[in-house]
Design a protein around this ligand. Structure first.
Ligand SMILES: *Cc1c(COP(=O)(O)O)cnc(C)c1O
Length: 585
């Protein structure tokens, strides 16, 4: 620019001298910016490289390719479902499914009184008790006859009376006001202390009560996430859970933005694959998880091996004993093998175990709405606390999700635990695990059952799960056949299966024999259907093979058809329809 400049030389040099400072600074600034940009880019590359490295190490090359294949398949299928012609068909079928659900779950019509507004005049006592009687007489599954898996864990009048009495005495109590309701605070602390003792917590042990297993698990995951942030500045937390771990861990991952690694639990044991857990551990891992036992198959994960990993990598380990609750600690005293007894057990005796969830409202026989989460020390518990020191309503703190909490339920829990006592829990464990064994042996030994059904894994407590060994017989049709006979068993997927969680009503005389008889009858029936289908199927009518369209039951519909689709959005929409129906007044 100097040569073509119209300015006289003297002035030019003056001008340049005046500008030299800012120009050089600008150039410096540019170089600095470039360096900064390069550093940021290098960091970005490093991060991407690190992420890819941990991904590849975690899943292996084949695993990563398979994940890629599945996600592509899913995306393509999703596009297919949204093609104009397909989309309207899917929508029509979903509407039909929704109506079907409404008719089943929330029927309306003559003879059904619906109340959609407050009564203008208060109801009389007589009116109220008449209506409540008729509500309680609504047609339902007879859990009293032991025909329901899980759901009601005790249900005997003697214990119910004790609970009602305790709950009446504390019906207005709310532990958020510890000074107003000192007795409820005392009972709550004692419930936690008694459960800590059952699970061999060290002297440093601490815990809280919650509204149920899900909240206990949410709190344990939150505590681990907060610990990871506070002590290791982890901002992209990840946790590693078995494929068979409870859905509450998926909920925690979703609520608290924790990346979830779901680890395969291979047949025939269905225990979590430890080598895969090890490979997935990386600097962002905030929590390992094992179940004692898991919900689907009643199988206890290898807690001692998980504990070793947790200690070696200094990562918290949560043991989900929600379902196992008071059965697990009572197994040995009730005369059954206790998992990993020689290797230090499944509870706080394992040095790596940092938290345990225990549902007092399952085999602790407390009223529904009770659970505990236990920690190895107070610091871990503190990580789940919520504190708002500057709230306009006053300095606020609460231990878990809820603010106000039902003191009545705590009283009901405390009273149940005192009324059943250690002896009562050991007796109950004996009855429940014996009944589970009766079913297990029947499936393994009864000629009709063993030819068609196979027990999944080695269940050690109250749950017994089975699959169909006969490719022509769907295990979901067996679940539906059992439903027609008045049973309420639970369907599982991946692999397809059905389970029964034995509770006290099922241990009462006759119930388990009825279950086995009905299972035999159902299996026979399904086998006969297969044979008759083969016969009609080969009948040639007018040159065409006639195949009778089987009417599928609920389980078969949901898991057989929808469940086999690669893209789960249809299943999700069916679940939305179900959840919506729950609130149809
Ligand atoms: C029942 C259960 C839970 C928690 O369930 P809630 O319904 O919230 O009490 C957690 N884990 C397992 C293995 C369970 O069976």
């Amino acid at each position: 620019m100097g040569g073509s400049s119209p300015l006289p030389l003297s002035l030019q040099s003056k001008f340049q001298r005046a500008r030299a400072g800012p120009l050089a600074r600008l150039r410096d600034y540019r170089t600095n910016l470039n360096i900064l940009r390069n550093i940021i880019f290098a960091l970005f590359l490093l991060r991407t490289f690190r992420k890819s490295f941990y991904f590849l190490r975690g899943h292996g090359i084949l695993g990563s390719l398979s994940l890629l294949y599945h996600s592509t398949h899913k995306k393509l299928y999703h596009i297919f479902l949204n093609l104009p012609g397909v989309r309207s068909k899917v929508a029509a079928q979903l509407t039909a499914a929704r109506l079907d659900l409404e008719n089943k779950l929330a029927p309306t019509g003559p003879g059904i009184n619906r109340y959609l507004h407050l009564p203008k005049e208060p109801w009389t006592k007589e009116q109220l008790s008449a209506e409540l009687e008729s509500l309680s007489a609504m047609k339902r599954t007879r859990w009293e006859e032991g025909k329901v898996s899980g759901a009601v864990y005790h249900g005997e009048d003697s214990l119910l009376d004790i609970q009602f009495n305790a709950m009446r005495l504390f019906s207005v109590a709310n532990p958020i006001h510890a000074d107003v309701f000192p007795a409820v605070r005392k009972m709550e602390a004692e419930v936690v202390a008694m459960v800590l003792a059952l699970f061999n917590a060290p002297d440093t042990g601490a815990g809280v009560t919650t509204s149920g297993g899900t909240e206990s698990i949410l709190m344990a995951c939150l505590s681990a996430r907060q610990k990871g942030y506070a002590e290791r500045r982890i901002t992209e937390p990840e946790m590693i859970v078995p494929h068979t771990a409870h859905a509450a861990f998926h909920k925690a991952a979703s609520y608290f933005k924790i990346k979830l690694h779901v680890v395969h639990c291979p047949a025939p044991d269905y225990e979590v694959d430890i080598s895969r857990v090890r490979k997935l551990i990386n600097p962002n891992t905030i929590l390992l998880v094992g179940s004692a036992p898991n919900y689907p198959h009643g199988v206890v994960d290898p807690i001692p091996s998980l504990s070793k990993l947790a200690v070696a990598h200094k990562i918290p380990l949560h043991v989900d004993c929600c379902l196992g609750s008071f059965l697990m600690p009572c197994l040995a005293k009730a005369g059954f093998p206790s998992p990993f007894a020689e290797e230090g057990g499944f509870d706080f005796k394992q040095p790596g175990v940092t938290s345990i969830s225990v549902d007092t409202h399952k085999y602790g026989f407390a009223p529904k709405g009770n659970s505990c989460v236990l920690y190895r020390d107070r610091q871990l518990r503190e990580y789940q606390y919520f504190i708002a020191p500057e709230w306009s309503g006053g300095v606020y703190g609460s231990p878990s999700i809820a603010g106000s909490r039902p003191g009545a339920l705590i009283a009901g829990c405390w009273a149940s635990m005192m009324a059943v006592g250690e002896k009562g829990y050991i007796d109950a464990t004996h009855k429940i695990v014996s009944t589970k064994l009766t079913i297990e042996n029947a499936i393994k030994e009864h000629p009709i059952l063993k030819a068609t059904l196979g027990v999944l894994g080695k269940p050690s407590v109250s749950v017994i799960a089975f699959e169909s060994l006969d490719p022509a017989v769907s295990v979901y049709d067996i679940a539906d056949g059992m439903s027609r006979r008045g049973w309420h068993l639970n369907s599982l997927q991946d692999p397809p299966g059905v389970h029964a969680a034995v509770t006290l009503p099922m241990t009462r005389s006759g119930a388990v024999d009825g279950l086995i008889d009905d299972l035999v009858a159902t299996v026979k029936e399904e086998k006969e259907k297969v044979i008759s289908e083969e016969v009609t199927g080969s009948g040639v009518v007018g040159g065409a093979v006639v195949k009778e369209q089987k009417k599928k039951g609920n389980s078969a519909q949901l898991y057989g058809v929808a469940g086999s689709l690669p893209d789960k959005s249809i299943v999700e929409q069916m679940v939305v329809a179900y959840l919506d129906t729950l609130y149809k007044a």
